[in-house]
Design a protein around this ligand. Structure first.
Ligand code: ATP
Length: 329
């Protein structure tokens, strides 16, 4: 028999498609194992404000196909403070909640780790839920696949109009610190160049290519820019190129928040289900301060500490960037 009898689940930080399948898996795995389960609204905000509700197996019916998160999410500054954490702790104690599944990104895990070090009687398991794919210990994070597919769908459409008019498009995609979406989308859409926050890409090289005719036998060109690229934002980049490269009709598109929405892909529904199932099973085994992640198609536990601090995630993907360059000639 597990030591715990009541757990809670929350989603926090940026929403990501696949959070709902994960919530469903957490609720149903808990109930299957005889545990009570509470849904906390709006992440740590709901923990502090005691905005929670007990969930039944039918509370999560028909949500596999929904984007966003039925529990809502929030960014909560009060949880950074000792007072905020104490309020949250007292609310959990009052309700008899002994363990938490937190679905979110690195900020969410930082908060969870601090909280659980302060109050070790509350066990915590993290589920990597962020479109950024920027956590150590999981090859894929929840939402990344769907967001990338959404971006690809949009860029394919832009390619049609770019092609019709011989245009050069600069397209900004999400990723303040992570170029994961930009890189994958760049490969999938045959982008002529991909600018990423993790890599210094010289605008001069791009201009040289465009001027020197590297791309001028193509009927359209697409440059994907991750929002965190260090060259100063997509409009600045386009402006710099425009000054030097006059034979293109240059356009800029920022894809923005549409990248977060939409029904989760098959991959994210399965990943969400697997991670939610694994998170509850880890709590039942007495684990805490761990993240469940997917490595080599196996679900594994990695300490939250390591998931947060060992961030050499991009090193492995230099080969993809090189390949994208070769295949774009
Ligand atoms: P995404 O990667 O999608 O942005 P995230 O989980 O990194 O998701 P954040 O906004 O960085 O999103 O963090 C979510 C919440 O986690 C914050 O609003 C805050 O409540 C909590 N949090 C973040 N850092 C800390 C911290 N150092 N101490 C306590 N709580 C924190």
């Amino acid at each position: 028999m597990p030591d715990i009898s009541k757990i809670a689940v929350l989603t926090s930080g940026g929403d990501a498609p696949g959070m709902n399948p994960c919530i469903r898996a957490v609720v149903r795995t808990a109930i299957f194992n005889g545990l009570e389960v509470t849904g906390i609204k709006q992440g740590y905000k709901g923990m502090i404000e005691d905005d929670m509700q007990d969930m039944q197996r039918r509370s999560v019916s028909n949500i596999l196909n929904l984007g966003g998160t039925i529990l809502k999410t929030a960014r909560c500054m009060e949880f950074h403070t000792d007072e905020g954490m104490e309020k949250a702790y007292q609310n959990l104690k009052k309700r008899g909640i002994q363990a938490l599944v937190v679905i979110g990104g690195d900020g969410t895990f930082t908060g969870a780790l601090r909280f659980s070090k302060k109050y070790p009687d509350i066990k915590v398991i993290g589920v990597p839920g962020t479109i950024d794919n920027d956590l150590y210990g999981s090859t894929y994070t929840l939402g990344f696949d769907t967001a990338t597919n959404t971006v690809i769908d949009a860029i394919d459409k832009i390619r049609d109009t770019a092609d019709a008019h011989d245009r050069l498009f600069f397209i900004e995609v999400m990723g303040r610190d992570s170029g994961a979406i930009a890189l994958r989308a760049g490969i999938c859409c045959g982008a002529e160049a991909i600018l990423l926050p993790e890599k210094e890409t010289a605008i001069e090289d791009l201009i040289k290519g465009l001027k020197g005719g590297e791309y001028d036998t193509k009927t359209s060109s697409i440059v994907i820019v991750a929002e965190g690229d260090k060259n100063g934002g997509v409009y600045d980049i386009a402006q710099k190129v425009k000054k030097e490269v006059t034979h293109y009709d240059i356009k800029v598109t920022i894809l923005g928040h549409l990248q977060r929405g939409g029904a989760p892909s098959a991959f994210d529904r399965i990943l969400g289900s697997r991670l939610g199932f694994a998170a509850v099973n880890a709590l039942i085994k007495g684990e805490s301060q761990q993240m469940v992640g997917l490595e080599a198609n196996v679900i594994r536990l990695v300490s939250l500490e390591k998931a947060l601090n060992q961030k050499d995630k991009f090193k492995l993907e230099d080969d993809l960037l090189e390949m994208a360059h070769v295949l774009s000639i």
